[in-house]
Design a protein around this ligand. Structure first.
Ligand code: ZN
Length: 211
């Protein structure tokens, strides 16, 4: 599911809602644990990955955070800070010199907000991410919401990682069984994820990319 809303603030800002990070399948066989048996690293769309996962949503131009610290306000009190930091350390390897940083700032001052949203669970979503981008082909805000379903452990953090990867510029889901699969079964950052993030953050925002 995807929706696009236009908002006018100096230039065009777009708000895109991304579908449920964990997807709707609530079968108990993978709740509470990660299922690595679904990994299929050879599955990738037959088009340019940066275009497919990112540029197609911005008139074939790449869109990402600037090369600076991106501040995260953690409003979901269920999130263990050490576990979150492990996720950020892993993602930061691929978006250098941009860096995701947990910050003790009010959400309005943060670049990325993470909230607990019990209502999402009633929509059969484990998580969602919305993001706004604007002038200069840069992201300016991302809002992550994590559901209240009875999932925990690996899958909870897999969904959190899934939404954080949406927040740094992977806007479309993957079919490789890794963390960007939907539904999400595990927390594996697959080669497809790396092949989007590394070029996305290496080249200037707004770089033309075609299928
Ligand atoms: Zn998603």
């Amino acid at each position: 599911m995807r929706r696009v809303l236009a908002v006018s603030v100096f230039s065009i800002l777009l708000l895109i809602g991304c579908g449920g990070g964990g997807g709707g399948n609530k079968q108990p066989d993978y709740h509470g644990r990660c299922d690595y048996s679904v990994l299929n690293p050879y599955s990738r769309p037959p088009v340019d990955l940066v275009w497919y996962h990112n540029a197609q949503f911005n008139l074939d131009r790449t869109i990402r955070w600037p090369h600076r610290d991106v501040l995260i306000a953690v409003m979901d009190t269920r999130i263990d800070r050490w576990a979150l930091q492990q996720i950020l350390d892993e993602i930061n390897r691929y978006i250098y010199p941009t860096r995701l940083v947990v910050a003790d700032v009010p959400p309005v001052y943060a670049d990325i907000e993470i909230w607990h949203n019990p209502v999402l669970d009633q929509l059969d979503w484990l998580g969602q991410c919305e993001w706004i981008f604007g002038a200069g082909n840069f992201l300016v805000k991302a809002i992550i919401e994590i559901a209240d379903s009875p999932f925990y452990g690996c899958l909870f953090y897999a969904v959190l990682k899934h939404e954080l990867l949406h927040a740094v510029g992977i806007f479309e889901h993957m079919t490789d069984g890794g963390v960007m699969n939907s539904p999400t079964y595990n927390d594996v950052i697959t080669p497809n994820v790396i092949d989007v993030l590394v070029p996305l953050y290496r080249f200037p925002a707004g770089t033309p990319v075609y299928p």
